[in-house]
Write a protein that binds this ligand. Structure first.
Ligand SMILES: *Cc1c(COP(=O)(O)O)cnc(C)c1O
Length: 381
């Protein structure tokens, strides 16, 4: 083990240190207000996020998983409806589809972006398809224009899972405003990470936004009047107040992530590892592909560098989806899940830390090629 301090995947204390005073005064403001649900902070946060994203309507909720469930419910999806999505994402994406009674249909991903392949989406469409739930994984937008065009042609709803892509955009238009609905998570490690759970939905039309507001609050339009079955899924005042502070700095946080990615890229270029790229990437994760994934992970651990497997098993291979009929092969997702490794990226990560991670990775590949050369020389005639 290295004697140097561990480099974690995320260090929220380092991240928040520069805004500690702002956070404390926001928290105190809520404590002193005596109001903890459905108050001014939530209203202000929804408005400020709406302005940042340039979204027509924003409705906050308790977490990102609920954001997906509420969005799918508000869109009227349920039993008999098929929703096309990626098998290479966090479980909640598909879980939400099943929660509303609809059926997830997996379409394979592209190896370069880890995102759903528009051609495979097209192949997956049947007479029961009602929606495409696209994920902008690791902070990189999926091929949203092609998918949007396809959805328009086939009269399908387009829903975006933006849990990992807050602040990412394509042609200046924010992710979460391309589809009919956009779903966000404020889980602490996400790009706009909160201090507990939190979520948000963007909606294109006012009528859908109204449904979302009913759904998150027991289907209630006025006190003790219930229009439909709903949920208890509200963002609280404390989260909203703290998130307002972090929202003010989100552009800088995403710039910091991009800078770390640039540094990794310049150090690791030319090595036996595939690096992520993309102008529009906000690097929720910096995920590489290598055929020596497990060895690299062990090597990094021995150097005191954390790494993570996002995601080691594609969703169609999860025990809970055994028996779900497969309509296409998902070869790329299966390959990628065996070869992917995510390196530490977080705002507040120091240059020294970034260099240590990059050096640990490059040492692994140079030692490895030295070993290979030695082995090769030994067996060569
Ligand atoms: C984090 C995440 C979610 C769920 O968000 P929670 O706030 O943890 O419920 C959904 N989809 C993706 C892609 C995620 O990364």
């Amino acid at each position: 083990m290295s004697s140097e301090p561990l480099i974690p995947m995320v260090d929220t204390l380092a991240w928040h240190k520069p805004v500690q005073q702002e956070l404390r005064s926001a928290a105190t403001r809520v404590l002193d207000s005596g109001r903890f649900l459905m108050g001014e902070e939530v209203m202000a946060f929804e408005q400020e996020v709406g302005t940042f994203l340039q979204a027509n309507h924003t409705v906050s909720c308790a977490n990102g998983t609920d954001a997906l469930v509420l969005a799918l419910s508000a869109a009227g999806l349920g039993p008999g409806d098929e929703v096309i999505t990626t098998p290479f994402t966090f479980f909640a994406t598909a879980e939400a589809i099943v929660r509303v009674g609809a059926t997830p249909v997996f379409a394979d991903i592209e190896p370069e972006t880890f995102n759903i392949d528009p051609l495979r989406v097209k192949e997956a469409i049947t007479e029961h398809t009602r929606a495409v739930l696209v994920v902008h994984l690791f902070g990189l937008p999926a091929r949203i224009q092609e998918i949007q065009r396809l959805c328009e042609e086939r009269s399908l709803l387009l829903i975006e899972d933006c849990a990992q892509s807050f602040g990412a955009s394509v042609n200046g238009r924010m992710m979460g405003t391309w589809g009919d609905l956009g779903c966000f998570s404020f889980f602490p490690s996400k790009n706009l990470g909160g201090f507990g759970d939190g979520g948000l939905i963007t909606a294109k039309t006012e009528s859908v936004a109204e449904q979302l507001k009913l759904l998150r609050n027991h289907g209630s339009s006025a006190q003790y009047r219930h229009e439909r079955m709903g949920f208890n899924s509200r963002l609280d005042e404390m989260q909203a107040a703290l998130l307002r502070v972090k929202l003010k700095h989100i552009a800088r946080y995403n710039e910091e992530r991009k800078k770390i990615a640039e540094d990794y890229r310049s150090c690791l270029q030319g090595m036996d590892v595939l690096l992520p790229t993309g102008q529009e990437h906000v690097y929720h994760q910096f995920t590489v592909l290598t055929d020596q994934r497990d060895q690299l992970r062990e090597h990094l651990a021995s150097q005191g560098v954390a790494s993570a497997l996002y995601y080691p098993m594609p969703l169609h291979q999860q025990p809970v989806f055994e028996g779900l009929p497969m309509t296409q092969d998902l070869f790329v997702a299966e390959q990628v899940s065996r070869h992917c490794l995510s390196l530490p990226v977080f705002p507040g990560m120091t240059e020294t830390q970034v260099n240590r991670v990059a050096e640990s990775v490059s040492r692994f590949f140079s030692d490895d090629s030295a070993e290979f050369a030695y082995w090769f020389a030994g067996v060569a005639p």
